[in-house]
Design a protein around this ligand. Structure first.
Ligand code: NAD
Length: 299
């Protein structure tokens, strides 16, 4: 057995990631507010329970939660649970936040955890549900070189491209900017393909040509063929979560004083889509929202 790990947040990403830890012979204790997720994790061989019940048995805790607000709350609970135990019973503990969290909150959380002698690494992921299932995620970690070395082996049970990108918060920073880029490509591609369609070009053909040309992106190479042209809209990454990431990137640009309007425009479009579409909508359904405002005139 490779060691005891806690895992909080067994959702679309967290559940397959935790299952990969089990496959790699870690003894995993999982916590989630969703009972169905817990049942599925238990069926895969995981231990379940509230983190108070297992925190003294683990050396690392992974978070895979929807938002910084929830991460902040859970970290406060971890700190209070750890500090309520007699000093003699406390052992080395590392928390790894693999959620897409707000970098400024990550820096603040790092200070709080340090005061409680808890090590902290931010290690968000890219690659979606498919790569989470395969264990081939890209992982961008922020933290000290020493902390990164300590958790690298654990991360390699969930991903194949593992980068140490800088001090604490850097992973979350790159992740927010990456998703802003990804959301921008997706929006531009949806508008472009629908414009071409209104001129009589078949979407399949448009995507084929773009994918052999310089306009290609992850959206045209992967999301269009798999989720948009098939109309399955089931990438497993919700519109609400990508909107959160674009909002973080937009705020970071604003805070930096950058004289750019692009992040605000992209954020506005995804916010309008989120108001117009179903609460549970997949992020690829931005294509449906685009069709509600794009003129279908043609030549
Ligand atoms: P999800 O909503 O499917 O999963 C989140 C899980 O956290 C749910 O099971 C929920 O019940 C649980 N949860 C919420 N509050 C909790 C609490 N207080 N304690 C314990 N569990 C709690 O979301 P997801 O798609 O798995 O995404 C998780 C994180 O990964 C997000 O930060 C997201 O931005 C990021 N991410 C998602 C994808 C993707 O393709 N879905 C890709 C990369 C990164």
């Amino acid at each position: 057995m490779n060691g005891n790990i806690g895992f909080i947040g067994l959702g679309k990403m967290g559940l397959p990631m935790a299952k990969n830890l089990l496959k790699n012979h870690y003894n995993v204790f999982g916590t989630d507010v969703n009972v169905d997720a817990l049942m599925e994790f238990k069926a895969a061989g995981g231990n379940t329970g509230k983190f108070d019940e297992w925190i003294s048995d683990v050396h690392s805790i992974i978070l895979m939660l929807p938002s910084s607000a929830i991460v902040n709350k859970v970290l406060d609970e971890i700190i209070s649970s750890e500090s309520s135990r007699p000093k003699a019973n406390q052992k080395e503990l590392m928390v790894i936040d693999m959620s897409s969290s707000y970098p400024r909150d990550t820096k603040e959380n790092s200070k709080k955890l340090e005061q409680s002698q808890i090590s902290f690494v931010d290690a968000p992921v890219s690659g979606g549900v498919k790569k989470a299932v395969e264990g081939t995620l890209t992982i961008m970690a922020g933290g000290t070189a020493d902390h990164f070395q300590k958790c690298k082996r654990l991360l390699s049970a969930m991903g194949t491209n593992i980068f140490h990108v800088g001090p604490i918060g850097s992973g979350h920073l790159i992740k927010a900017i990456n998703n802003y880029l990804s959301a921008s490509h997706l929006l531009a591609s949806c508008e472009a393909v629908q414009l071409l369609e209104s001129f009589g070009v078949e979407p399949d053909q448009a995507i084929n040509v773009i994918n052999q040309s310089t306009g290609r992106s992850g959206s045209t190479e992967y999301k269009f063929p798999n989720f948009i042209l098939t109309e399955s809209y089931d990438s497993g990454f919700s519109l609400d979560l990508i909107k959160k990431d674009i909002g973080m990137a937009n705020q970071l640009f604003k805070d930096s004083g950058a004289a750019t309007s692009l992040p605000e425009i992209v954020f506005q479009k995804y916010s309008e889509a989120s108001n117009a579409l179903d609460k549970e909508a997949d992020h690829t359904e931005i294509n449906k929202f685009v069709s509600s405002y794009l003129l279908k005139g043609g030549f």
